[in-house]
Write a protein that binds this ligand. Structure first.
Ligand code: ADP
Ligand code: MG
Length: 367
């Protein structure tokens, strides 16, 4: 089921009676989510992710704009009639019911044509439990389960009605690191197996990048960029997106373009064309640095962190916006901290420049 968002906007009235400043939680969100895909809705806290999800679910009404499931306009449809499954951060299971009763619950309220026999319901509940691999826990109470197991029950409960659309709001935030990793793979597997169009909300860029077919990066209610995770990482539209994706994060420097050369501080790192002389922000991905005794970028080494396959060299540079510059180099390169300076050449496709005025990307040709 494809989902179409048309100029979707949500404005909340001011909470404070004295000021009449309203909050534009989501502004003019336009997107066609392809059938059967998993979309990661990504951005910092408060950027409008949950509000977007709640509008898709029908829990909140848009201030303006429309929502379609396939060709059906569902904008005015109630949550119950949208055919969605919802999963929240805090599993929200009924504590006095067993796992089985929790999963059965949404089926027991079906009316009219959809009404099922007891056998049919049990069969469906068992299938949903099996999909999330908790079929051996059906008689337990939620309090007798780990966080990860509880979240699987919540997912089974969301799936049992065979929804057209699955909506997940930070479903892994309450799990510890290892379980988070495991459960996100599970969600990916379940989504692929069922082929249900899924919107997955998270503030964790790595989580979104790792399981999404496409990501949507939001900031202050406004969509910044939509694309396949690798494409957005490799080709960010602006400085915000470049900074939001990647661990360790991109290194940002004050720089300028002058006479066909790109400078990081005083270091001329690249010959470029297509950009007029101006001050710019320069972003360099950590994996874009190549150790080179004659390289143009000169940093002062501070520390070396061994990360197994790779080595992270931590250094400083006078034009760096952040206190430290992080480069990732192959561990085969022996690195001597005793040196005064460390010199790099920069891989041209790992360096991005942005306008100082509006932080939009400035595209250049490498000469
Ligand atoms: P996210 O899920 O990305 O953290 P939200 O969608 O929850 O962000 O919130 C987006 C913005 O809308 C925030 O500024 C938040 O304070 C505001 N907001 C959310 N819900 C309400 C509400 N019911 N009333 C007023 N403002 C709200
Ligand atoms: Mg939220």
């Amino acid at each position: 089921m494809k989902i179409v968002l048309q100029h979707l906007t949500k404005i909340f009235p001011s909470r404070n009676k004295k000021s009449d400043e309203e909050v534009v939680a989501v502004s003019d969100f336009d997107f066609e989510i392809p059938d059967g895909k998993l979309i990661g809705l990504l951005g910092p806290s408060g950027c409008g992710k949950s509000t977007t999800l709640y509008m898709i679910s029908g829990l909140q009404k848009p201030s303006s704009g429309k929502i379609f499931f396939g060709d059906d306009d569902v904008t005015e449809l109630s949550t119950e009639n949208r055919g969605i499954g919802l999963v929240f951060q805090n599993y929200a299971l009924y504590p006095h019911m067993t796992v089985k009763q929790n999963i059965l619950f949404p089926l027991q309220n079906l009316k009219g044509e959809d009404k099922m026999t007891k056998e049919q319901m049990l069969q469906r509940a068992y299938e949903a439990a099996k999909l999330v691999q908790i079929e051996q826990l059906l008689d337990r109470k939620p309090s007798e389960l780990s966080g990860g197991q509880q979240q699987r029950v919540a997912i089974a409960r969301a799936l049992v009605k065979m929804p057209r659309v699955l909506l997940l709001d930070e479903p892994l935030s309450n799990l510890d690191a290892r379980l988070r990793l495991q459960t996100r793979e599970e969600i990916r597997r379940i989504q692929k197996e069922t082929g249900i169009t899924t919107v997955f909300v998270t503030h964790d860029q790595e989580e979104a990048m790792s399981i999404s077919d496409m990501i949507v990066v939001m900031k202050a209610g406004v969509v910044q960029q939509i694309g396949q995770p690798q494409d957005v990482y490799d080709d960010p539209a602006n400085l915000f997106v470049a900074k939001f994706l990647g661990t360790p994060p991109i290194n940002v420097f004050d720089g300028h373009v002058k006479g066909g050369k790109l400078y990081v501080g005083e270091d001329a790192v690249l010959e470029i064309g297509g950009v007029a002389d101006q001050e710019v922000a320069v972003g360099i991905r950590p994996e874009g640095f190549v150790l080179d005794d004659n390289g143009p970028l000169v940093c002062k080494p501070v520390n070396v962190e061994v990360m197994g396959r790779d080595v992270s060299v931590v250094s400083t540079h006078p034009a760096s916006v952040n206190p430290l510059v992080r480069s990732i180099i192959n561990a085969d390169n022996r690195f001597d901290l005793g040196n005064e300076s460390v010199r790099y050449t920069i891989k041209p496709h790992k360096i991005f420049i942005f306008s100082k005025d509006n932080e939009e990307r400035l595209r250049f040709e490498v000469k």
